[in-house]
Design a protein around this ligand. Structure first.
Ligand code: GLN
Length: 472
């Protein structure tokens, strides 16, 4: 796997002066088979990508969360029920990346159907955090985050239903982008909670993230929720106004320090800071899980063992076969959510749960509209704690759900949010996020780039193939 290891040095190379020449030398040494498999054209590919504003992604390797369709690769969604499935088609976002010359090198592990915050809910294996192998990489796009933070790929596609791109990015010290709902096609994204989720991007480099965003965004006739968005904002000229929530509670001291550091950085850049309140925030968790479970119970009804995926080997009648397939194929967490979702949708119960949750969602949207008439962006932490320990020493599933509270609002309101590294505390990364009004991704990228001049992104912890670099 020399070739992959050579590629892993991508990030340090893009920062160095004579990177292209060094990359060429490395590539010459790299395993020829892998180089040709990746179809890397060093002359055309990397020379164009190493320029700051190149629109092309020629030859750039990337990983893909296993709930996004990549033809010829597995499409398990982290679930036993889809273990035998190989995707016969590409997702819309993947197709666009392929047309730009980017090269998918593998599928990334995830919590089953995106349900989780640690990647421990995968039916296949536990993914570790490259910063500390005793800790989780976050989730549900934990495999994507770890593959970027370990230096295997410069970017990865993930999905964000309630924070699943931003939280693992924060745990692994990289950037995570959850686009505006409808700006990136969901065609080929296996549905968990369709009204909340988007395909997102994880990268250690904000410019690369921006290039990938421009590549994958836009309409797709196979996803009728996409539209040709007019970017609301371009590069910032004047000083923006950043909102902060006045009574934000529950952050660990390390996260609090990262938050204060970011506030100081904003002030040093001349940004105006204004305090706001977001009253619906305390209802975000129950509203999100009510809606997400309701949608999941409907979306996951298609996994019956009849058309694709695993089928329980039984001679029983069809109804019994479906029951046994689902019994064996889904984990306890997935079953819990399907049951909860079915419960809140029962006739007679809808007013009590589902409709209440939708009212909270509407209220939250209204509060954001108000907020963004006074401020350009909102600063929030991504998660109240840093990457936690794997296994029994870590957080319980319920604690994880409660801790999702800072990431859920962007999904409930359909707004863009970009998470970024805001320093190291106790040897681990701290992640913050900027939220903005609909279609303000360009502004978020530009503001985060400015912030990164004051708080630079951390050196990645694992430099695979570093011994080869030492030979140069
Ligand atoms: N942690 C949340 C959940 O378990 C959100 C996950 C996601 O964004 N896919 O549902």
């Amino acid at each position: 796997m020399t070739g992959i290891r050579e590629l892993s040095q991508w990030r340090s190379l893009t920062r160095d002066g004579d990177s292209r020449a060094r990359y060429q030398r490395m590539l010459q040494r790299a395993d020829r088979d892998i180089a040709s498999m990746l179809e890397i054209d060093v002359e055309k590919g990397f020379s164009s990508v190493l320029g700051q504003n190149s629109p092309h992604l020629q030859g750039i390797p990337f990983s893909v969360k296993d709930n996004i369709a990549l033809s010829g690769f597995s499409f398990t969604c982290g679930s036993k029920i889809l273990e035998p499935l190989v995707s016969p088609y590409h997702a819309g976002a993947v197709q666009k990346l392929l047309s730009a010359g980017a090269v998918p090198v593998g599928k990334a592990n995830m919590d089953e159907f995106g349900m989780g915050s640690s990647t421990e809910n995968s039916a296949f294996t536990v993914t570790r955090n490259p910063w500390d192998l005793d800790r989780v990489p976050g989730g549900s796009s934990g495999g994507s985050a770890a593959s970027v933070a370990a230096g295997l790929v410069p970017f990865s596609l993930g999905s964000d239903t309630g924070g699943s791109v931003r939280q693992p990015a924060a745990f692994c010290g990289i950037y995570g982008c959850k686009p505006t709902y409808g700006r990136v096609s969901r065609y080929g994204l296996a549905a968990y909670a369709s009204s909340l989720e988007t395909i997102g991007i994880l990268s250690a480099d904000i410019s690369m993230m921006e290039q990938v965003f421009h590549c994958i965004s836009g309409t797709d006739e196979r996803d009728q929720t996409t539209w040709e968005a007019v970017p609301a904002y371009q590069d910032e000229q004047g000083s923006p106004t950043a909102a902060v929530i006045s009574d934000l509670e529950g952050m660990d001291p390390e996260i609090r320090r990262g938050y204060e550091r970011t506030l100081e950085a904003m002030k040093s850049l001349g940004w105006k800071i204004t305090e706001v309140s977001l009253k619906s925030l305390k209802y975000a968790m129950p509203a999100f899980y009510t809606i997400a479970c309701a949608e999941a119970s409907s979306n996951l009804a298609r996994y019956t063992g009849i058309r694709y995926g695993m089928r329980h080997s039984t001679s029983a009648a069809q109804e019994e076969m479906v029951r046994m397939t689902r019994e064996e194929g889904f984990s306890a967490e997935v079953k819990l959510r399907v049951l909860l979702g079915t419960y809140v949708l029962r006739s007679g119960f809808q007013d009590q749960y589902y409709l209440k949750a939708q009212k909270i969602r509407t209220r939250m949207k209204q509060e954001f509209d108000m907020m963004f008439s006074q401020a350009d962006v909102l600063l929030m932490p991504v998660y109240p704690v840093q990457a936690f320990k794997a296994g029994d020493e870590g957080m319980t599933p319920m604690q994880q759900k409660v801790a999702d509270r800072y990431t859920l609002p962007a999904n409930l309101a359909g707004l863009p949010a970009v998470s970024f590294p805001a320093g190291i505390e106790s040897g681990l990364p701290v992640g913050m996020q900027l939220l903005g009004p609909s279609c303000s991704e360009e502004r978020l990228f530009s503001l985060i780039r400015k912030l990164s001049e004051v708080i630079p992104p951390p050196e990645l912890p694992v430099r695979l193939g570093a011994e080869e670099e030492a030979d140069d």
